[in-house]
Design a protein around this ligand. Sequence first.
Ligand code: NAD
Length: 297
Amino acid sequence: MAKVGFIGLGNMGGPMAANLVKAGHDVTGFDLTEDLVNKLERDGGSPAISVAEASAGAEFIFTMLPAGKQVEIVYGSDTGVFSNARPGATLVDCSTIDVATARRVVQAAAKKGYSMLDAPVSGGVTGAIGGTLTFMVGGSEVAFAAAEPMLRIMGKTIVHAGKAGNGQAAKICNNMILGISMIGVSEAFALADRLELDRQKLFDIASTASGQCWSLTSYCPVPGPVPASPANRDYAAGFTAAMMLKDLNLANEASKATGASTPLGSLAGQLYNMYCNEGHQDVDFSGIFKFLSAAND
Ligand code: NAD
């Protein structure tokens, strides 16, 4: 049994921490929202009233926070993880943040003598609850070897992507593919409607032809062909449009910083920005089909 600190107990962090508790670990959790700390306590964890308390004495400290700004504060502030973790603790940030901040925080950790990994996830809330997340991990072999057994409790696929920041790099590249492909699939269905081609027929053909992709076959943005997709529940969010916009913004910032040419990633970001600005930020990201389809009217 390991002593674990878990900071950020929201939609993702809450169930991830609960899975560590279920596996028999001694988890102390903190979140700015007290209700979430109480929920962890009901799940069998211990409540903390601060980052410092959650960090103290822990062999592993996990964070699952909204963005880079919170990650820098939680680790680096005077009352943060670096000032309170025990020597030798392994630090694992699972938040999705920009690569530059991830690398900066890992460097700061190293200066304080801690091994740290960036380990963002895909798989959403369902994966967090089910312990089936995919972890994309950046950092040293030693830190990866130490954290892997813990990650295996929360996830099904664990990939060591290389040096610090590479987990975040993999995450934003993957989600750029996802944003672009969701728009591509949505545009194809919007065009099919205009051409009076039945949606199911397009699905039956494209899903077994060269148009095949996850956005089509697992997360189809029109109701019908894939019963489990959010389109069948009026686009109630699995993964919100706001989160997709966040990840596309991270990809576009990284493109600018490195000089990569990603025109479709940039355009996908603009379209999701327009979609969110129309008040759809909490809708599932596949709801962009309705927006693109309406643009044809
Ligand atoms: P969330 O907003 O539900 O949870 C984040 C939690 O962090 C909140 O409860 C908030 O109170 C807490 N927090 C913020 N600042 C804090 C601080 N200083 N100290 C302690 N707690 C603090 O968000 P989420 O959906 O759980 O997402 C978390 C991260 O996971 C994000 O980076 C997101 O991009 C990523 N992610 C989310 C999903 C998803 O489907 N929700 C999927 C993959 C990745």
